[in-house]
Design a protein around this ligand. Structure first.
Ligand SMILES: Cc1cc2nc3c(=O)[nH]c(=O)nc-3n(C[C@H](O)[C@H](O)[C@H](O)COP(=O)(O)OP(=O)(O)OC[C@H]3O[C@@H](n4cnc5c(N)ncnc54)[C@H](O)[C@@H]3O)c2cc1C
Length: 359
C-alpha cells in the first residue's frame, strides 16, 4: 500500500516536473518596441517567431516607457497577436526613453522573476541595442539575425553578407536570447485576430535600482515625420543610390515613392553623401527589406547592398551602365528580375508623369 502511494507520489512528481520543464520551454518573452501608442510591426513579427517556440500559444510581451502612450501600446499589445498570453508593462520615468542601460536591466529583472526559456526581439536598432547588453547581464550569448526556427534551440541565420545560411545549435544555459529578422516572420492581418484581449500586468519595479544609469543620457530622437510605410515592412520600396547625385535630386525618388504608396530606401553611398538620413539605408549595415516590389535607381548592386534586399519578390533596376552588378545574371546569382539600361534623370520624370496620382 505504502509502496503504491510512494510510486503514485513519484509519478505525480514526475508529471509535475515534466509540466514544469514544458512550462519553461514554452515561456517565451518578447521585448517589444512601441511608438505612438502601437506596438511596432517588427515586434509583432517577433511574437510570430516566438509562436514557433511555444506549443500552447503562451508568449509574454514586455513593454516599457511611461505615461498614456505606454498604456495605449499595452492595450494594442494585448490584442495584436493570438499567441500573446500576457502583457508585462513597465511604467517608469527611468524607462521613458529606449536607452540600452535601463532597458537591459529591466530585461534582467523580468527574467529573474519569470525564468523564461527564450527572449526575443526584432533585429532593428532597438533590439540590437538592448538585447546584447541584457544577454551580458544574464551571462548568455545571444543568437542574432535569426531567419528560421527549426527547433527550440536550433536556428538558421545568414552569414557572409547573406551569401550562406548557417544552422546553429544553442547549447548555452537559459534564457536563449534571439534577435529575429522581421521580414522572415511576416504577420498576415488575418493572423492577428483574437477573441479577447490578453491581461496587462504591471512589472514590479521596486527593486529596479539606478546602477549604471549615469553611463548614458538621452539627448534627442529624430525620426522622419512621414506618412510613408515603414521601410522594414513596406510592400513596395523605391531606393536611390549615388547615381542620384544630390539631395535635391533624391526628391524625385521620394515623389515616386509617394505616388506608389512605397517606402524610400537608399544605399550607403547615398547616405554617406548626405542625400538622405541613415535610417533609410538598406543593406548589410542598414535595414533588411523583403518587399513585393523593390525598385532601385542608380544603384550599382554592391554585395553589401544586396545583403539587405535580395529576398525582395520582384526587383527592378534602372542603371545607365549595362555592366552594373545589379544586372548580373549568373547561375549562382540573379539580382534584377527586370532591368532597364537608361538614365534615371529621364526615367523617373517619365514615370512621375505617366503614373496616376495616388488615391
Ligand atoms: C563593411 C561594409 C558595409 C557596407 N554596408 C552597406 C549597406 O548596408 N548598404 C549599402 O548600400 N552599401 C553598403 N556598403 C557600401 C557598398 O560596398 C557600396 O559602396 C554601396 O552600396 C554603393 O552604393 P551605390 O550603388 O549607390 O553607389 P555606386 O556603387 O557608386 O553606384 C552608383 C550607380 O549609379 C549608376 N548611375 C550613375 N548615374 C546614373 C544615371 N544618371 N542614371 C542611372 N544610373 C546611374 C552608376 O552606373 C552606378 O552603377 C558597405 C560597405 C562595407 C565595406
Amino acid at each position: 500500500m505504502a509502496t503504491r502511494a510512494i510510486l503514485r507520489a513519484f509519478r505525480d512528481r514526475s508529471i509535475t516536473s515534466r509540466t514544469a520543464s514544458n512550462y519553461r520551454l514554452l515561456s517565451t518573452l518578447v521585448l517589444a518596441e512601441h511608438e505612438g501608442g502601437s506596438v511596432k510591426t517588427s515586434s509583432v513579427s517577433a511574437v510570430e517567431a516566438a509562436k514557433y517556440l511555444s506549443e500552447d500559444n503562451s508568449v509574454s510581451i514586455l513593454l516599457a516607457g511611461s505615461g498614456p502612450s505606454l498604456q495605449k501600446a499595452a492595450e494594442h499589445a494585448a490584442s495584436c497577436h493570438p499567441s500573446i498570453s500576457q502583457v508585462l508593462m513597465s511604467d517608469s520615468e527611468k524607462l521613458k526613453y529606449p536607452l540600452a542601460e535601463p532597458w537591459a536591466r529591466l530585461v534582467h529583472l523580468v527574467q529573474k522573476k519569470g525564468s523564461y526559456s527564450h527572449i526575443i526581439a526584432a533585429s532593428g536598432s532597438f533590439g540590437k541595442n538592448i538585447l546584447p547588453r541584457a544577454a551580458a547581464l544574464l551571462d548568455v550569448s545571444p543568437v542574432t539575425d535569426v531567419t528560421e526556427i527549426s527547433g527550440s534551440n536550433q536556428f538558421v541565420r545568414p552569414i557572409y553578407a547573406g551569401n550562406a545560411l548557417c544552422t546553429v545549435q544553442y547549447t548555452g544555459s537559459n534564457p536563449c536570447m534571439l534577435t529575429i529578422r522581421s521580414t522572415s516572420f511576416p504577420v498576415a492581418p488575418s493572423d492577428n485576430a483574437r477573441s479577447s484581449a490578453a491581461p496587462i500586468l504591471q512589472v514590479d519595479l521596486s527593486t529596479f535600482g539606478e546602477e549604471g544609469m549615469e553611463k548614458s543620457r538621452y539627448i534627442k530622437q529624430s525620426s522622419l515625420d512621414t506618412e510613408r510605410p515603414d521601410l522594414g515592412n513596406a510592400r513596395v520600396v523605391v531606393t536611390g543610390g549615388r547615381g542620384l547625385k544630390s539631395a535635391e535630386n533624391f526628391n524625385m525618388v521620394e515623389k515616386l515613392a509617394e505616388k506608389l504608396g512605397a517606402a524610400v530606401g537608399a544605399t550607403r553611398a547615398a547616405v554617406d553623401a548626405g542625400f538622405v538620413p541613415n535610417e533609410l539605408q538598406v543593406g548589410q549595415t542598414g535595414k533588411i527589406v523583403a518587399p513585393e516590389l523593390y525598385i532601385a535607381f542608380g544603384v550599382s548592386g554592391a554585395i553589401q547592398h544586396l545583403a539587405g534586399m535580395r529576398d525582395s519578390k520582384v526587383i527592378v533596376a534602372v542603371n545607365k551602365d549595362s555592366d552594373a552588378p545589379i544586372f548580373q545574371q549568373t547561375l549562382e546569382l540573379q539580382v534584377a528580375d527586370y532591368g532597364l539600361v537608361g538614365d534615371l534623370f529621364e526615367v523617373i520624370p517619365e514615370l512621375l508623369q505617366k503614373l496616376p496620382e495616388k488615391k
